[in-house]
Design a protein. Structure first.
Length: 598
């Protein structure tokens, strides 16, 4: 019997004891984070599915995992023999699990979902889908009743981001947030999203893997603010520095009662997408609903931050030159010294660790050879990693956290001889990436609307991919940052506006199940380029500096202007990365940046 089968039986027994007919498990914690502390990885513990997102529903006679196409192949493998059935969704925004619940819950049925891990907007969507007779219990912690060795919450030290790297002072950031609170006629603002708190307070931590954040909540008042955090995480020196800026430090567990104590004469600003229903229901004070001001403020990087980010891209690009030079040597010698996919994560992390300002990876490296590349979020371990042998495509998606910025890059590496079909797929993806890189658009354009530009070269061939084309990226913060999302499946809105200073990934892809996967990714920044009678226009500045291996493409399929873009990009890459490289890496760089004939 697999561990998941035993755990599923224990869950169902606990549900019967509480009169619960269905248990809904979102991939979330009280901060609605993407990457979760082990304490909140309930879905993974129960099902064995290790993907970063997914929704689980358990009833007495059914158990399902709802995930989009990025995870289908992975879920099929990891759910085998667990008692959980894969439920395919069209995207991460798909709400088909709610329709499933509505059709499977009879009148007066009881649905349990931990109110500490469900956003207010998701709860309201749930209520709209379900019959009014279905009873939603938000107070049950079923996981703790069946998870005997559940890990404790992390409490790692918190530290101040050095002033040399901070884009603005803590006082100024609090003033910017308060200015927007005042415009919304709110006296107080409660924030639970960890990257927002870290940005506002110019603090960083390591409670969440890959993200330099710390478990906390923040209540901002008209003149004073309160940081709710485990006291042992904050030194006396930092407590004093925060107090100087009007920020008090209180125990993490006290956030709920502070919200409940707000008088009716106050008005509380809450972001329904970024606050859990438990905290939203804590207060009796009037509430105004709007996006966290800090979410938009931190998404538009200032020139100080971008200056550091460009320097970081040089450091990251030089690390990648050293890494790819080593990798190609390993590929050439693989017959005598075979290696597996999981070695690649070690090599690229070691290369980055030698660069100044490097803190750690920004996500788990994806190194996927041939068929494994068709799983968009595949992760090689010592137990499942494939040997790099024979011919094929090697997809490598990696990134680093530096004091001066966050990186995220995907490159394709040919191993042996590529087929014409593989090279044709790579070419289509490259054309999509170039098309988006060259786009000009009005400032304020909703991000989902530009997604089609990157997909057009694939759509013309009858091809597509299931994930979005781009996501926002934080400044030494989360590698996935809102509010912008480049995906035609996301509803366009004013909150999704593309604005000057936003850093976004540009990563079209193509995945053939059981054969190979293709993805090419750079980070780009929105920059003002023109002001005309028709408005202000933006264009994308490419920040990432690393050669794109031209051996992967059918050059005859590239137009002359596309070749020119690639030549221009490689000229910049060569100029910026050459100084300081080892002779081996420099030779690799010059080889991989040779100009294409026009």
């Amino acid at each position: 019997m697999s561990p998941s089968v035993k755990r599923l039986a224990d869950v169902r027994q606990a549900m019967r004891e509480h009169g619960v007919h269905a248990w809904l498990i979102p991939s979330a914690d009280p901060h609605l984070s993407e990457y979760l502390p082990a304490h909140w990885q309930i879905r993974q513990w129960l099902t064995g599915f290790t993907g970063s997102v997914g929704t689980v529903i358990v009833t007495q006679d059914a158990a399902g995992l709802w995930v989009d196409s990025r995870y289908w192949d992975q879920a099929i493998q990891e759910l085998a023999g667990t008692g959980f059935e894969l439920q395919r969704t069209s995207s991460s925004l798909d709400s088909s699990h709610l329709s499933w619940l509505a059709s499977h819950l009879s009148a007066n049925a009881v649905l349990a979902v931990d109110g500490r891990t469900l956003s207010l907007s998701a709860f309201e969507g749930l209520q709209n889908q379900l019959s009014a007779t279905v009873i939603c219990r938000l107070d049950l912690d079923i996981a703790s009743q069946v998870w005997d060795d559940r890990p404790a919450l992390p409490q790692e030290p918190v530290w101040a981001l050095p002033e040399a790297y901070a884009g603005d002072s803590r006082n100024n950031k609090l003033a910017q947030v308060r200015s927007q609170m005042k415009a919304l006629q709110a006296s107080h603002h409660f924030i639970s999203t960890l990257d927002d708190i870290a940005w506002v307070l110019n603090l960083r931590g390591s409670d969440v893997k890959f993200n330099p954040v710390f478990l906390s909540h923040l209540l901002i008042g008209p003149e004073q603010a309160t940081l709710f955090i485990a006291p042992e995480q904050v030194s006396d020196v930092l407590v004093a520095a925060l107090a100087t800026d009007g920020v008090a430090v209180t125990d993490y567990s006290k956030a709920f009662e502070h919200l409940a104590a707000l008088p009716l004469t106050d008005c509380l600003l809450l972001d329904p997408k970024r606050i859990t229903c438990r905290f939203a229901q804590a207060t009796l004070a009037p509430v105004v609903r709007a996006m966290n001001p800090s979410t938009r403020l931190k998404s538009c990087k200032n020139q100080h931050e971008l200056s550091h980010w460009r320097q970081t891209m040089v450091a990251d690009g030089q690390a990648l030159c050293e890494f790819f030079a080593l990798l190609e040597q390993a590929i050439e010698a693989r017959a005598e010294s075979p290696f597996k996919e999981n070695m690649i994560d070690q090599w690229v992390t070691q290369a980055r660790s030698r660069q100044p300002g490097f803190v750690g990876p920004s996500f788990a490296t994806i190194a996927a050879f041939n068929a494994n590349g068709a799983m968009a979020h595949y992760r090689a371990t010592e137990f499942n990693a494939s040997l790099i042998e024979g011919d094929g495509l090697l997809l490598i998606d990696s990134g680093g956290q530096y004091l001066g910025g966050t990186t995220d890059i995907t490159r394709m590496v040919p191993v042996g001889a590529l087929s014409e079909a593989q090279r044709s797929d790579c070419t289509a993806v490259l054309q999509g990436m170039i098309a988006l890189s060259r786009l000009r658009f009005p400032s304020g354009t909703p991000a989902p609307l530009v997604d089609a530009v990157a997909r057009a070269p694939l759509w013309q061939r009858g091809l597509d991919y299931g994930h979005g084309t781009g996501h926002g990226v934080g400044y030494f913060l989360n590698v996935h940052e809102g509010p912008q999302v480049l995906s035609y499946r996301a509803p366009p809105s004013a909150d999704m506006a593309l604005l000057e200073g936003m850093v976004t990934s540009n990563e079209p892809g193509l995945y053939r199940t059981g054969q190979w996967g293709v993805r090419i990714e750079n980070l780009v920044c929105c920059q003002a380029v023109a002001s005309t009678d028709f408005g202000d226009f933006l264009a994308f500045e490419t920040l990432t500096l690393c050669p794109i291996d031209t051996r992967c493409f059918v050059l005859e399929q590239l137009r002359s202007d596309e070749r020119q873009w690639l030549n221009d990009y490689h000229r910049v890459v060569r100029e910026r990365l050459s100084p300081g490289l080892s002779p081996t890496a420099l030779h690799w760089l010059f080889t991989r940046t040779e100009s294409l004939p026009l």
